[in-house]
Design a protein around this ligand. Structure first.
Ligand code: SAM
Length: 203
């Protein structure tokens, strides 16, 4: 495996020393922070909202959602290292019983024991083997008035705004195949490349 593939793998499933480094990069890289800040803003959280995040990584957006009014944040990530980092970052919410971060695969969603007002993911959908099935499963976890937001900033070298637009179209098609009808695409001119935020309402 060449160096680039080894590093990319760390963003897909961080583990070991290199995984810790990937977690540090995700926490500190300005593009990552800004992408998540705007994503959580786009969720339009209300006081006490229940939020589920898929692929929460080091837990930046989890923290932002908790600070932004969410009553409870649940999440799923298949990296035990990221579960630990995200729990550490949000230990106060954990102690208050407002956090439910699980280790697992999006293809096999656990029973969180509730439905969610908002479901969020950022730069994760490209790793899912069957996005339509995942979105179908997630739709069943949304409250009747709930909504889902999927953010994506292409990170491949030489990515352009055209790649972002193509991702937007792909996500819309997946949402529609999963049964969502009301869908909105917003593209924001972030650095180093535009980011697409695709929202769907469960009604
Ligand atoms: C590129 S990181 C993004 C992390 C975070 N969303 C952020 O923006 O900082 C992708 C994260 O999704 C997780 N992930 C990737 N594929 C997954 C899957 N199939 N099931 C669960 N977690 C997954 C990885 O472990 C990693 O923490």
């Amino acid at each position: 495996m060449n160096l680039r593939r080894t590093l990319v793998q760390q963003f897909k499933q961080p583990q070991g020393l290199l995984g810790s480094l990937a977690g540090w990069v995700m926490t500190h890289r300005p593009s990552n922070r800004e992408r998540n800040r705007l994503g959580v803003l786009g969720l339009e959280l209300f006081e006490g909202a229940t939020v589920l995040e898929l692929g929460f990584g080091p837990g930046l957006a989890v923290e932002m959602a908790l600070n932004g009014g969410a009553g409870k944040v649940a999440g799923l990530d298949h990296s035990s290292l990221m579960v630990k980092q995200a729990q550490r970052r949000n230990h106060k919410a954990q102690a208050q019983g407002r956090l439910d971060l699980r280790l697992g695969e999006v293809g096999r969603l656990p029973d969180f024991g509730c439905k969610f007002d908002r479901i969020y993911s950022a730069n994760v959908v490209m790793f899912w083997p069957d996005p339509v099935q995942v979105f179908r499963d997630l739709k069943a976890l949304l409250q009747p008035e709930g909504r889902i937001l999927t953010a994506l900033m292409p990170r491949n070298p030489k990515a352009t705004d055209l790649d972002t637009a193509a991702w937007g179209e792909r996500i819309v098609a997946w949402y529609q195949q999963a049964g969502f009808v009301r869908v909105q695409v917003q593209t924001l001119p972030l650095q180093p490349v535009a980011t697409v935020y695709v929202t769907a309402w469960n009604y």
